[in-house]
Design a protein around this ligand. Structure first.
Ligand code: NAD
Ligand code: DAU
Length: 350
């Protein structure tokens, strides 16, 4: 069976892993990667597959309605896997409207373009990639399930929750075949070093302070990014339309414990004395409205579609550290210019 898929945000962290998986695994599918190449998007992430016969890249903005309508008319996609977004919570606190524009308006524009182009819904699917942050914050106990009421608390999570609701609205109002997945924190290669794990690795390499927000007691559930891409593959092909699937790593870590673990791995890899990296830990002002704990119950995905995480966290962290040590130039290139300015300002404020 052939498919003609639009993947949005394919030059970003998770998107590049999803594009690579689909291009390599399904040579008979046509994959179009649409990405605006913001600070977070980088075609270097896809060098290994850029010449594949079943792959093409289009530079464009999902908030440009005329352009998106034209692209749908021209390419006649039968499926969309939508990952393009503003993705960083701290940035959403500083510039919330950019998140409303891309995550809310951009998603609605894509939904509308799909609805206008798809004369019938046979063989069609709009797959929306979302986050566990839409469910709000947990206390010490419990897990997010697909039935947990939405309670987003940051501008980022509010924008993602809103986009989820638009996807559900297109399903209920126009009968569009949709599926949504809500995933926990990803980690792995090609992760932009503003996020916790790559930021800490990069700062340890350069002997810079390791900014831990508040007391470092917030908890996140970490998942190997390639396991997320595998889950998206399974849900895209076998997920029930109109359904939501939670994706998680069954792998909760307090931030400070995770940073300590990374420090000990880095000491060993860099042949520094034990404790050298941990001395860089600096407690800084907490993130405004910082959600205490996220934890996903991914039982539905496991029971219905047979997916489970493949990699132990310690093994995944070792691989991630090795990737960053072997790709210092990638980090240097993408952290110059506009990003550097943003980061310096943000850190100066703390
Ligand atoms: P990312 O920031 O690394 O990549 C986002 C990509 O979207 C970039 O390539 C960027 O250029 C592109 N983009 C941004 N605005 C655009 C626009 N207006 N038009 C076209 N392209 C645009 O993000 P990520 O971490 O890879 O996240 C991808 C998706 O997965 C997002 O929807 C995010 O909400 C979701 N998600 C992320 C995580 C995580 O841990 N990173 C977890 C769960 C869900
Ligand atoms: O849960 C899924 C979400 O995970 C995704 O939807 C988001 O796109 C993704 O960015 C991520 O959000 P978080 O806010 O959890 O990730 P971040 O890496 O920014 O932060 C992880 C935790 O580490 C969080 O509790 C804040 C803390 N932190 C983060 C940074 C950048 C620090 O203590 N210091 C830091 O410098």
């Amino acid at each position: 069976m052939e498919k003609n898929i639009l993947i949005t945000g394919g030059a970003g962290f998770i998107g590049s892993h999803v594009v690579r998986l689909f291009v390599n695994k399904y040579p008979n599918y046509r994959v179009t990667n649409l990405d605006a190449l913001t600070y977070a998007g980088n075609l270097e992430n896809l060098r290994d597959i850029e010449d594949a016969a079943n792959y093409s890249f289009v530079k464009g903005d999902i908030t440009d309605e005329a352009f998106i309508n034209e692209l749908f008319l021209e390419r006649q996609f039968d499926s969309v896997i939508h990952l393009a977004a503003e993705s960083h919570v701290d940035r959403s606190i500083m510039d919330p409207l950019a998140f409303v524009k891309t995550n809310v308006l951009g998603t609605a524009i894509l939904l509308n373009a799909a609805r206008r182009t798809w004369k019938d819904y046979s063989g069609k699917l709009f797959y929306h990639v979302s986050t566990d942050e839409v469910y709000g914050s947990l206390g010490q106990e419990g897990f997010f399930t697909e039935e947990t009421p939405y309670d987003p608390r940051s501008p980022y999570s509010a924008s993602k929750a809103s986009s989820d609701h638009f996807v559900k609205a297109w399903h209920h109002t126009y009968n569009m075949p949709v599926v949504i997945s809500n995933c926990s924190n990803n980690y792995g290669s090609h992760h932009f070093p503003e996020k916790l794990i790559p930021l800490m690795i990069n700062n340890i390499i350069h002997g810079k302070p390791l900014p831990v927000y508040g007391k470092g007691e917030n908890v996140r559930d970490w998942l190997w990014v390639e396991d997320h891409a595998r889950a998206i593959d399974v849900i895209f092909h076998k997920g029930r339309h109109g359904e939501t699937y939670n994706i998680g790593g069954f792998n909760e870590w307090k931030n400070i414990d995770l940073v300590q673990l990374l420090c000990s791995i880095m000491d060993r890899k860099l042949q520094r004395e034990p404790g050298a990296s941990a001395r860089l830990i600096t407690y800084v002002t907490d993130r405004a409205g910082h959600d205490l704990r996220y934890a996903i119950d991914a039982t539905k995905l496991n029971k219905e579609l047979g997916w489970k995480p493949s990699l132990q966290f310690e093994e995944g962290l070792e691989r991630t550290v090795d990737w960053y040590l072997a790709n210092k130039e990638w980090v240097n290139r993408i952290t110059s210019g506009a990003y550097q300015e943003y980061y310096q300002n943000q850190y100066a404020e703390r």
